[in-house]
Write a protein that binds this ligand. Sequence first.
Ligand code: NAD
Length: 484
Amino acid sequence: MPLPSLPFNTAHCFIDGAWRAPVAGSTLSLFNPSDGTELAPIARGQSADIDAAVSAAQAARDGEWGKASALERGRILTKIGQLVLEHVDLLAELEALDVGKPLSQARADAIALARYMEFYGGAADKVHGETIPYLDGYTVYTLREPHGVTGHIVPWNYPMQIIGRSVGAALAMGNAAVLKPAEEACLTALMFAEIANMAGLPSGALNVVPGLGAEAGAALSAHSNVQHISFTGSVATGALVQQAAGTNTVPVTLELGGKSPQLVFEDADLDDALPFLVNAGIQNAGQTCSASSRILVQRSRYEDVVAAMSERYKTLQVGPAAEDLDLGPLISKRQKEIVTKFLDQGKDLQVAAIGTIIESAPIDGSYVAPHLLLCPDPSHPLAQQEIFGPVQVIIPFDNEADAIAIANGTDYGLVASVWTQNGARQMRLAKALKSGQVFINNYGAGGGVELPFGGVGKSGHGREKGFEALYGFSSLKTVAAKHG
Ligand code: NAD
């Protein structure tokens, strides 16, 4: 798949409604993870570019965008959603080239981006404050107001979905956004800016500055004129971003990944569970913050689950994004090294099954075959640490208390699911699991944009998606009028 021709220069930033070269004129290279070839140059934005983007965002807040009604903001977002749908094929192609995502998964992400715009477009004029009964002679009410300029630091694994959920919600509330996409994958972020411009989003309401995390990302998170930061990525970088924003006492939303378990009890319907047990682990080659990398199985069904998952694993195929197989490559050679080191660390674990890298996969692609491993010890590093690759461990448990202890026994808490027909157990587990989302007899519920998402513990804090994100991207003002 060659890089399609684009209506902008990939080595430019999008600032104040126009494409411009970064101030220092430097560029970075994007690589195609399916074959290791250079894909395109991108801007190496630095603090001067972030300054320009933040100034443009401030001007947008003081100008046309800041004065737009909630209805007008919603209409523009809805229009962006329509245009995203009209460009679905192009966006899918760009994401497949840039991230290595199998084409149909990239297409699903583009459709999700459109859906976020539709959802937040429709929601923009439905968020309101309340009146509060108070002392005689007072009228008290609350106003939901935008923070001002919001910073969005986005990773490479789901660029379109993460832009949709964070930039969409921020714009719906009237903030002006500065987006720093990941240096490994940023073509759809650039195309999104072009589409927003086509939809009539006023200049400065959305600015995109690609660049390195330690340069553009650090400049954005420490900027004194940014009033909110949304970060998705690693725990270590999230902590840095929070510290930097803390010096300006700026609120931060952190979404940092997980070690999400699926709990399979003896009364589970295995036919229903099987596709979720495997797909939730290998989707996007395991590079998913909500990947289910731990499968906890009651001992009486352990052999059944191992056999069924192994059968499926033996059919899994890995290859270039354009082949649209079960898995594409990992994002980079660096990520392949990280995952390979984890597999070395797991040499003491019994391998239940391994998928297949197709023979025609280019030698310079970052391919790792999916691994299903048996892990009797829940404290094993592979059962504790986020691998961010196609590796799942199966852990046996004896009873409900045991299952809860193992499920809650990592530093993370993003997503969990419970497979059981027992209604009382479903309710007990939903309460007992330390997790931002709990699914019962499914995993992810199709990823609906309506469902608030975020973690506890090292998975982060704050919520995106759904209406909850609109509260996060706004500030509540209480007005108390004394009138006698
Ligand atoms: P990262 O956290 O370093 O990068 C994510 C984003 O933060 C990128 O846009 C990056 O440019 C930016 N960034 C990096 N350093 C920064 C800094 N000092 N200040 C501000 N922004 C900065 O993640 P990575 O290096 O791409 O991947 C490393 C690991 O992170 C992966 O192996 C994986 O475990 C995890 N990860 C998690 C998610 C997730 O969705 N939770 C996404 C990507 C990576």
